[in-house]
Design a protein around this ligand. Structure first.
Ligand SMILES: [Zn+2]
Length: 245
């Protein structure tokens, strides 16, 4: 294949643009923020779960407290009724003894229930405190997540700027190449990653392998407009005075 040496040299510009586009693509997929976000997301989810578990525990305790209070109210009502009967003076001696006995039992029961309620309230207070702590932890985790996402978006925006600029460069360059040369370049780039590189100091700029002496002398004897490719990596080797021929 033949191509004007100036056109061949312009392939280096295209290769540079493509190299930068590849770097943009690579950075986009491997930016450290992605791993950081995945980790932060995991942490935030654990904190969310902890908060939900705490709210559930608090709800359960609230229901227990209400049930306990209701039971205490019922015992108190029964005590009031008994006291009323005793004060009313309409009961006989036997009934009076029974009522007094019942009142003693009820008062003991009330004291037990009130102790239990106090214990419940203390537990509830501790769980509520845990909940506040879990809330702070969750807020911290969400903040770390948002921070990492913000940095990712910022980095992505920077990459997008480079991409847009380099896409425009590429669109301008591409039509300046003859179709067969561009097709060769694109095919090699697709298969090997680099379509064209400078032959510099006898070294292929794409694979960095030194071209052997017999090949160098063959290239040196080749017309300048002949397209030469690397035997190792197939890249188009662009010749300049730096090529060491
Ligand atoms: Zn090579």
């Amino acid at each position: 294949m033949k191509a004007d040496p100036a056109v061949q040299r312009r392939l280096l510009e295209l290769a540079e643009v493509d190299a930068e586009l590849s770097r943009v693509d690579h950075r986009r997929r491997t930016m450290p923020e992605l791993a950081e976000i995945a980790e932060a997301e995991k942490t935030a989810q654990a904190k969310r779960d902890a908060k939900v578990a705490n709210e559930t525990a608090l709800g359960d305790l609230d229901r227990e407290v209400k049930r306990q209070e209701k039971e205490i109210d019922a015992v108190r009502a029964r005590e009031d009724r008994d006291r009323g009967l005793l004060a009313g003076g309409t009961v006989n001696a036997k009934q009076m003894t029974d009522l007094e006995h019942e009142l003693t039992t009820l008062e003991r029961r009330q004291a037990t229930l009130e102790d239990e309620l106090l214990e419940l309230m203390e537990r509830r207070e501790a769980v509520e405190l845990d909940g506040q702590h879990a809330g702070v932890e969750l807020a911290k985790a969400e903040e770390a997540l948002a921070d990492a996402a913000g940095r990712r978006d910022h980095a992505l925006a920077d990459l997008e700027t480079v991409q847009v600029r380099r896409d425009a460069d590429r669109a301008k360059l591409v039509p300046t190449f003859p179709e067969p040369l561009l097709a060769l370049y694109e095919r090699v780039r697709k298969n090997k990653g680099i379509g064209a590189a400078l032959l510099r100091a006898r070294r292929c700029g794409a694979c960095r392998i030194e071209v052997d002496r017999s090949m160098i002398s063959r290239i040196a004897g080749t017309a300048a407009d002949e397209v030469v490719t690397c035997e190792e990596c197939d890249a188009i080797m662009v010749r300049t005075p730096e090529s060491g021929l």
